[in-house]
Design a binder for this molecule. Structure first.
Ligand SMILES: [Mg+2]
Length: 188
């Protein structure tokens, strides 16, 4: 992570959203490494703005096994993140923290979801209240990471799984919403 020039918005707040990237914030292009391929999912910009206005700190955690598989580099992933932030045209820094887990599924990992470790560490470091935090993602591993860390687990239908597929999976504790915007609209 680059040193931050500015204090993130809501830095003293105890509420936070932990956001998956591919299939949650941007379209999942599968091993996206070209910043030109970044497409923001409709409604995401306004949802992030609203969540910020409600006092939520924003964190992003993304599994990027393409790095571990040798398909692209960490720098490529950072350029994709930067392009996403450019397209979102929100405050900077947008995220209070970003975790890129570069491992392939068969490689030893500390942070690759479903590991709850990053969320747990951020809760401790930023003195967050787990009851006021949520993990939002489009895969079962996102849900497992959130539940493992003791925060709300929000399943969105903008990526890997449809609402029907989520229902079939029937993950206890998962709250299913159409997309990030629909979930954020329920926050007060
Ligand atoms: Mg995803």
């Amino acid at each position: 992570m680059e040193p931050k020039k500015h204090k993130p918005k809501n830095a003293d707040s105890r509420r936070a959203l932990f956001l998956d990237r591919d299939g949650t914030l941007i379209l999942d292009k599968h091993y996206l490494s070209d910043p030109a391929g970044v497409e923001i999912i409709p409604g995401v910009r306004d949802a992030l703005q609203r969540a910020s206005a409600l006092g939520y700190q924003l964190f992003m955690l993304t599994n990027q096994s393409g790095i571990g598989r040798g398909l692209y580099t960490l720098d490529d992933a950072l350029l994709v993140n930067a392009r996403m932030e450019t397209l979102l045209t929100l405050h900077s820094p947008l995220f209070a923290g970003i975790c890129i887990a570069p491992e392939a599924p068969d490689q030893p990992s500390l942070y690759r979801k479903p590991s709850p470790r990053y969320i747990q560490e951020m809760i401790a470091q930023h003195h967050l209240d787990p009851a006021q935090c949520a993990m939002v993602g489009d895969r079962a591993s996102d849900i497992q990471a959130g539940l493992g860390a003791g925060v709300r687990a929000i399943a969105v239908c903008t990526g890997e799984l449809t609402a029907d597929a989520w229902q079939t999976l029937a993950l206890p504790g998962a709250e299913i919403h159409a997309d990030l915007a629909a979930f954020v609209a329920t926050l007060a």
